[in-house]
Design a protein around this ligand. Structure first.
Ligand code: PLP
Length: 390
């Protein structure tokens, strides 16, 4: 028998995030006929709403999949084995995207980083300038590297590509930035943006999203790899009719429709400002504790997640285990080469000031309980900051 634990579990992972009651209620109903008239209305509505979130008029894909599926669709539709992609090794998710590309037979031109900053637009520009024969077909960057909590400046990457007069497609993973950070698919001239439901969009895991430029669609029409389920071709019609070429994840779409309605009620500027403020409060707490941020570039810190390093010789995984056991809170773990070196506080999606303060208080009590050297007062510093009107 599992032990009774009172109070609601604090889910402070950087995805999945907390589901708002409104989203849960919207999903808690019978399925509908996905070929019937009611579904067509829903399908068209969620496409329009996602366009609003991506700040685009582009073609939208909604796959019953996780973000990884949308990544795979992006590579398969536009590239053939032997094509080169340029990828900045900014963290574990860039690493996983690279590994997928290699498995699909693509060649990777990697740009190293120390996993403590975003992709370097100058390095990208220099690599493209060297590629006189235009063998690089796509530049892939992760907007918010969830493993390190570092952002990449996507417009700066696009400018670097333009300065190098390079025709490669720009592909951006916005999986943990969409709905937390300003993201402008059209204005930034991104060709393919990939996202997922379970982070800033406040929907359970299970939907992979993509926004696709005309240029990327044309590349897909002209070639790409063999694909079937992941093919983008039916999306153009599906966007118009609202119907999918297979059974869609109907109840998740009910949730998505409600979640984006909530985001629309808040408005994008307020939504982004709220996340920036939570991130700032979290960094203030970490600085007060005397702990280092994984993101070493203050201008690149992510609004939706903060990765914090434990002092040398102190296990971040043990700290998280103590926090889970004693205070019923889940935090994100360190991934890949920073496994056990960082813990990540997710502050994206549906949370208010008191939830964040509760999370930070839980971390501070955990630091004490686990014997991790720190200065007390981080949660108090965040309280002082958040007590002022936002
Ligand atoms: N890219 C980033 C930046 C992520 O944060 C994640 C998941 O955490 C992924 C890709 C993989 O997405 P999924 O787990 O939805 O397949």
């Amino acid at each position: 028998m599992t032990e009774f634990v009172s109070g609601r579990h604090f889910l402070q992972t950087p995805g999945p995030t907390n589901l708002p009651d409104r989203v849960m209620r919207a999903m808690d109903r019978n399925a509908i006929n996905h070929r019937g008239p009611e579904f067509g209305v829903l399908g068209r509505e969620v496409v329009a709403k996602l366009r609003w979130v991506f700040q685009t008029t582009a073609t939208i894909g909604i796959f019953p999949a996780s973000g990884t599926g949308a990544w795979e669709a992006a590579l398969l539709n536009t590239l053939v084995p032997g094509d080169r992609i340029l990828i900045s090794r900014t963290g574990q998710f860039a690493h996983l995207w690279e590994q997928m590309a290699l498995r699909l037979g693509l060649e990777v031109v990697p740009l190293e980083t120390d996993w403590r900053r975003g992709a370097d637009p100058l390095a990208i520009g220099a690599a493209l300038a060297e590629d006189q024969e235009h063998r690089i077909k796509a530049v892939c960057v992760v907007h918010s590297e969830t493993s390190t909590s570092c952002m990449t400046d996507v417009p700066a990457v696009r400018h670097a590509m333009a300065r190098a007069k390079h025709p490669a497609l720009l592909m951006v993973d916005a999986i943990s930035s969409l709905g937390c950070a300003d993201y402008r698919h059209d204005e930034w001239e991104v060709d393919v943006t990939v996202a997922g439901s379970q982070k800033g969009l406040m929907v359970p895991p299970g939907l992979g999203f993509t926004a696709i430029s005309e240029k990327a669609l044309a590349a897909a029409r002209a070639g790409g790899s063999r694909r079937s389920y992941w093919d983008w071709a039916p999306l153009v019609t599906a966007n118009k009719t609202g119907y999918f070429p297979y059974t869609p994840a109907i109840n998740l779409l009910f949730g998505l429709n409600e979640a984006v309605a909530m985001m629309q009620e808040e408005g994008l500027p307020a939504l982004f400002a709220r996340h920036r403020r939570y991130a700032e409060a979290t960094r203030l707490a970490a600085r007060t504790w005397g702990l280092d941020l994984q993101c070493a570039d203050p201008a690149a810190c992510a609004p939706g997640v903060t990765a914090i390093r434990t002092p040398e010789g102190h296990s971040a995984d043990r700290l998280r285990a103590v926090i889970l056991e004693r205070f019923n809170m889940s935090l994100g773990n360190g991934l890949g080469r920073i496994e056990d070196r960082v813990f990540r506080i997710g502050h994206m999606g549906d949370l208010g000031v008191l939830s964040l303060i509760g999370a930070l208080a839980g971390v501070e009590m955990g630091l004490q309980a686990a014997g991790v050297p720190h200065h007390p007062g981080g949660a108090q510093a965040a309280m002082n900051f958040l007590a002022a009107p936002g």
